[in-house]
Design a protein around this ligand. Structure first.
Ligand code: ZN
Length: 308
């Protein structure tokens, strides 16, 4: 009888505690903040496409925050960085307010996740801390004072302090990507080489060059106006506890429908894997069935990932 009573009481306690447990979503979505609003690129299209790619993966919920336009009052731009798992930078324009600079640095220094996308690495040439967050940048007056050039010779990094401007690119084209670290969570399981859709290839970038893990490089063919060097294109950045993913790919086309660099399944896959890693330190997504091969570009014309 004693045992029977004990069982009843235990069952009652379990029932009550179950009813008190709040309902938790099984797979809560990661929260991304896309920052845009000024850029020498077609930011009006790129920020919407970034949101589409992130959200169609079903992994992210992405908010967009636009800065005031050029010359506007930056005091009105106050992102709540701490509310997000990852901040995606699609911004190249006026300097933010001191308060926003400070809030961004605090978010990053506390171990925040950041994705540096394409021309976001042109921004803020004179902001020393920002340049450490991106590791390499281009244009906007960058030169030998910004830091060395970084490129590969026989697969090994060379830091080159030769004087000269930072940032250039040859003609847009399709080009092969070369994997430099197949063990990183972002690259694990992806093929060693893959062909990227028509895009710019940034070269002669300069900066503190505090690259943590170089993931992909590409050869900037001098015959097509490139540097003639093997250039770093996708990497993570060594910056304290922060998880920073820098992807130089993705020059935005005139419309979402005519945007091969961002319609490339390879670009989308790397963006998503990099964003997941920046948000969580892990990559759980499977390699998609439409990932480009070494010789063949693959495109998602409507940005829809395949149903694996
Ligand atoms: Zn571009």
């Amino acid at each position: 009888m004693k045992n029977f009573l004990k069982t009843i009481v235990l069952a009652a306690i379990m029932l009550i505690s179950a009813s008190l447990t709040p309902t938790v979503a099984r797979n809560p979505k990661l929260k991304a903040l896309i920052i845009s609003g000024q850029n020498n690129h077609n930011w009006q299209v790129s920020h919407r496409v970034l949101k589409l790619i992130l959200e169609q993966s079903s992994m992210f919920e992405a908010d967009i925050l636009l800065t005031p336009s050029k010359g506007g009052d930056m005091r009105k731009f106050n992102p709540q960085f701490e509310e997000y798992d990852v901040v995606v930078l699609d911004y190249n324009g006026d300097r933010w307010s001191k308060a926003t600079d400070e809030a961004f640095l605090q978010y990053v220094k506390r171990g925040g996740g950041v994705v540096v996308y394409h021309a976001a690495d042109n921004a803020f040439a004179d902001w020393e801390e920002f340049n450490k967050i991106i590791a390499l940048g281009g244009w906007e007056g960058r030169n030998e004072k910004s830091g060395p050039y970084y490129y590969l010779v026989d697969g090994k990094p060379v830091l080159d302090n030769t004087a000269g401007t930072g940032g250039s690119h040859g003609a847009q084209r399709e080009y092969p990507m070369h994997c430099r670290n197949a063990k990183h969570p972002i690259t694990k399981g992806l093929p060693d080489g893959w062909k990227h859709g028509r895009d710019e290839m940034y070269d002669r970038m300069r900066g503190p060059a505090n690259i943590k893990d170089l993931l992909y490089s590409g050869f900037a063919d001098a015959k097509r106006g490139g540097s003639g060097r093997e250039e770093p294109l996708i990497f993570t950045v060594d910056y304290g506890k922060a998880r920073i993913f820098h992807i130089m790919l993705g020059h935005c086309g005139p419309t979402p429908e005519n945007n091969p660099a961002m319609q490339c399944a390879g670009f989308q896959t790397l963006l998503l894997r990099g964003a997941e890693w920046a948000a969580t330190g892990k990559v759980k997504q499977a390699v998609p069935s439409d990932f480009p091969t070494a010789n063949e570009c693959r495109f998602r014309m409507d940005y829809m990932p395949p149903r694996n």
